[in-house]
Write a protein that binds this ligand. Structure first.
Ligand code: URA
Length: 443
């Protein structure tokens, strides 16, 4: 069947056969399908969905669209992690050096920002000199040497996902359970780890707005992992507000450093510790959650995790001095604030719009391949359920373009709800849940 026939078949709501899905992925990988036909197919898949068999076929076809890593040269159980995406979700920059400092080796392939969510590769590129375009061989050798490496998607690792990811980012086709599941699991399968911890986000700053859809995504990914013989578990975590208080590429590196140095605690650290605990248990370094947390906390307090982050930066050509002198990170020149007009409580946030404000400021992409302003961002001064006074600063915005800052201020102002009553969240809690549940699969 021709490309257009396959697009029409999916547009009409029919299931594509294994061979037809392979033909689509081949067309993406060998450039025989132009971007407009790929985009049309993505939109048809987004609107009509994929069943479990099609999703599994898409995952496996994408995983084998390039080379698959053999991590056998790295000693020990290799454990990977991946987030489905959020705002100020900087856990990778904390969890990877932390678990590596504890002794679990990680070779991690990360992505760029997607839609209103940030990406680890963009964040790391705000560190002067940091090379994310390292080869798989370099990443493996580095992991043998220092215990961890974080690489971008190279041309030969899941090239089909690399292209589809960039097109989904700019064609309104991101928040689809089968497309996200196939994108994430293809990368994780190709990256070769023995075990994988997924962080599936739900809430106003995630692609899955509610627990039911996050659960469906989590189950689908864990089941795909089991199907190919990898141990996969999914942590379902909340994203009703940004996970950290700093949003933006260099700002998120700064907050990760603060957490690794023990200066910042809160939701970001809590999720990083939960993911870290699961990684240590899967890696065989701890028998229980409490043993794992004990090891993580001792390692953080000893300074070994922040030293490992410096080692990681230096190994990938970056300037490790940023850890002790954060002014070496890119700095924005302009600043504006959003202040509360009345007394009350911060009751809700359109968290996606805080991510969109970052895009307006140049910290995320509007078009495929856009260069980023790595210094721009937002600083949250209040979190949900905190009391606010009229005139108090809620959010600070940093950027380099006065018009864009003005537009971002308008967007952020409309995204925040101040209520005269103290809010109550799911389950009668006075704060939105940070960890909902952990899905460990059927076996
Ligand atoms: N992260 C990915 O790698 N892919 C998606 O589709 C969403 C989040």
């Amino acid at each position: 069947m021709s490309a257009v026939d396959l697009i029409i078949k999916k547009r009409n709501g029919k299931a594509l056969s294994t061979g037809e899905i392979q033909a689509f992925v081949d067309g993406v990988s060998d450039d025989s399908w132009p971007d407009y036909q790929i985009s049309a197919m993505l939109m048809a898949m987004f609107l009509k969905g994929l069943d479990t068999r099609e999703t599994s076929d898409l995952t496996l076809a994408m995983a084998s669209s390039g080379v698959q890593l053999d991590l056998s040269a790295v000693p020990g159980t290799k454990v990977d992690k991946h987030s489905t995406g959020g705002v100020a979700d900087t856990t990778t920059l904390i969890a990877i050096p932390l678990v590596a400092a504890c002794g679990v080796p990680v070779v991690k392939m990360s992505g760029r920002g997607l839609g209103f969510t940030g990406g680890t590769i963009d964040k790391l590129e705000s560190i002067p000199g940091f090379q994310t375009a390292i080869t798989a061989e370099q990443a493996i050798a580095q992991s043998v040497r220092i215990g961890c490496a974080i690489m971008g998607q190279t041309e030969n690792l899941t090239p089909a996902d690399k292209k589809l990811y960039a097109l989904r980012d700019v064609t309104g086709t991101i928040d689809s359970i089968p497309l996200i599941a196939a994108s994430i699991m293809s990368k994780k399968i190709a990256a070769g780890a023995d075990a994988i911890v997924l962080d599936v986000k739900c809430g106003s700053g995630a692609f899955m707005p509610d627990l039911a859809s996050a659960r469906a995504l989590a189950h689908q990914m864990v089941d795909i992992g089991e199907h190919v013989g990898r141990k996969v578990i999914a942590v379902l975590s909340g994203m009703e507000q940004p996970l950290g208080n700093l949003i933006g590429n260099s700002l998120e590196v700064l907050e990760a450093i603060d957490v690794l140095q023990g200066r910042t605690t809160g939701d970001l650290l809590d999720v990083a510790l939960t993911l870290g605990s699961e990684m240590l248990q899967l890696g065989g370094l701890a028998k229980s959650d409490s043993d794992a947390r004990q090891l993580l906390k001792v390692t953080l307090a000893s300074g070994a995790a922040v030293e490992k982050f410096k080692e990681l930066i230096a190994a990938q050509g970056g300037d490790p001095q940023v850890v002790d002198e954060p002014s070496r990170l890119p700095q924005a020149t302009l600043r504006r604030t959003v202040v509360s007009t009345h007394n009350g409580w911060l009751a809700a946030m359109q968290t996606q719009d805080l991510g969109r404000a970052l895009i307006l400021l140049g910290g995320g992409r509007e078009h495929k391949g856009d260069a980023l302003d790595l210094s721009s961002g937002l600083i949250l001064h209040k979190r949900l359920s905190q009391a606010v006074q009229a005139g108090e600063v809620l959010v600070e915005l940093l950027g380099n373009n006065a018009d864009k800052l003005e537009q971002a201020v308008t967007l952020v102002t409309a995204a925040l709800v101040i209520s005269p009553e103290k809010p109550v969240f799911a389950g009668g809690l006075d704060k939105p849940p940070v960890i909902y549940e952990i899905y460990r699969g059927q076996s």
